[in-house]
Design a protein around this ligand. Structure first.
Ligand SMILES: [Fe+2]
Length: 405
């Protein structure tokens, strides 16, 4: 986030010796993007932030990917990967990757247990809460998050997820770089423009620092790290000689933040607006949109579901979190389904939905979309929930055509 924030104890000058009010000597850490040339923050630790005592492998499970070849649209019912009645799953280690390329990994998780301390050293994460609520404890402080929140965790931020009301269901975008609000919404100095569907008041950051108990602070503490590895993603559990929640203060423009889809104010019009109207964030070689409830178009003959389109430059992934959409009614899409509509394939509503959409006045649909500019591969671990005949639902031959997936 390009907005300056300051919490806790911070010295008046940067890069000088600093003793906290407790009498403890502090150690300054810079967390910055693009080396020392991008957005960053300065944190003041009472422990030495680099003092490791161990590093062990973290087995991430099956991370194999396969090309979507032969080309076909896909429907994955992600909840089928998380059978009911299983407890002890957490929002970090229990994730299952569904689709991925070198720019982004898309995963889903159902969790009821507290996660270990974790950081993603590959890139920023956007965690979209389909259901439940949680507290996200981070080295910058805590965020209370709830259903409908987009939670943005910058790369290398040590944090943990603690569900606070029952089961947490989350869709996770793991970027290989940084994510940011779209440039089209911002002034050249980074303030949200008038007319932007989001603004600074929608963004929630940590409100106070988070210090572990003094006894905990002096214990050896494990942190699960997702990092670049041979041919893709790898995992390690590193152990520090202290608890990383030892920051007495920080300031800067890099920190975790959250905003809710309910705060998003889409622009609607006389005729349907393109999906880019619903963009909320962008990363390197991908964009993210929130489709939210809204009044529909007011031209008397307006087609109010998306017209057929061929995204010649992108693969499109929709995550549905409010039941069937009008455009794809009758295709079996449900809560936490994702669809992949790859480049080279023309997609849109069913014939009936297209024709029936004239005259509709309101949409209650909700979906989270990622468009990637490089092809996505399908994770082997997610194929168990692949709905093989989805590709034939437009023609009506699903259920009859032999499965050749
Ligand atoms: Fe589309």
């Amino acid at each position: 986030m390009p907005y300056y924030r300051r919490l806790g104890e911070v010295p008046d000058e940067r890069h000088v010796a600093f003793t906290a009010a407790s009498g403890e000597q502090c150690f300054e850490e810079f967390i910055g993007e693009e080396g020392f040339s991008g957005t960053g923050s300065l944190l003041y630790h009472v422990g030495v932030p680099s003092s490791l005592v161990d590093s062990q492998p973290w087995d991430l499970g099956d991370q194999r990917l396969r090309a979507n070849d032969p080309l076909k649209p896909r429907h994955l019912r992600l909840p089928e990967l998380f059978p009911d009645g299983v407890t002890g799953r957490d929002a970090v280690r229990s994730r299952v990757t569904a689709l991925a390329n070198s720019d982004v990994r898309l995963a889903y998780v159902v969790a009821d247990a507290e996660s270990p301390l974790y950081c993603n050293a590959i890139g920023d994460e956007i965690v979209y809460l389909e259901a439940g609520s949680a507290r996200v404890d981070t080295i910058f402080g805590s965020l209370d998050v709830r259903q409908g929140d987009n939670v943005v965790i910058p790369r290398a931020t040590i944090h943990r997820w603690i569900p606070t009301s029952g089961e947490l269901r989350a869709y996770v975008v793991e970027a290989a770089g940084h994510v940011r609000p779209p440039a089209k919404y911002l002034t050249r100095y980074g303030q949200f423009l008038e007319g932007s569907p989001l603004n600074e008041r929608d963004m929630r950051g940590p409100e106070s620092i988070l210090l572990a108990d003094r006894a905990d602070r002096e214990r050896d503490t494990d942190v699960y790290v997702k990092h670049r590895g041979d041919g893709g993603v790898s995992g390690s559990v590193v152990t520090y000689d202290h608890h990383p929640f030892d920051v007495v203060g920080w300031d800067g423009c890099l920190y975790p933040y959250a905003f809710n889809y309910r705060n998003f104010s889409p622009v609607t019009g006389k005729v349907i607006q393109p999906p880019s109207t619903y963009q909320i964030l962008e990363g390197d070689n991908f964009v993210v949109c929130n489709f939210v409830p809204r009044k529909l178009e007011y031209h008397p003959q307006a087609i109010t579901v998306p017209y057929y389109h061929s995204n010649v430059d992108s693969d499109e992934v929709m995550f549905y979190y409010a039941g069937e959409t009008a455009a794809r009614k009758g295709t079996g899409i449900g809560n936490a389904s994702i669809t992949l509509h790859p480049a080279g394939y023309t997609h849109g509503p069913t014939r009936r939905a297209y024709l029936d959409s004239v005259g509709a006045t309101e949409s209650r649909e909700m979906a989270f979309m990622v468009d990637t500019f490089r092809p996505l591969q399908v994770a082997e671990a997610a194929l168990a929930c692949d709905q093989h005949d989805y590709a034939w639902t437009w023609s009506g031959r699903h259920g009859a055509k032999e499965d050749r997936a």
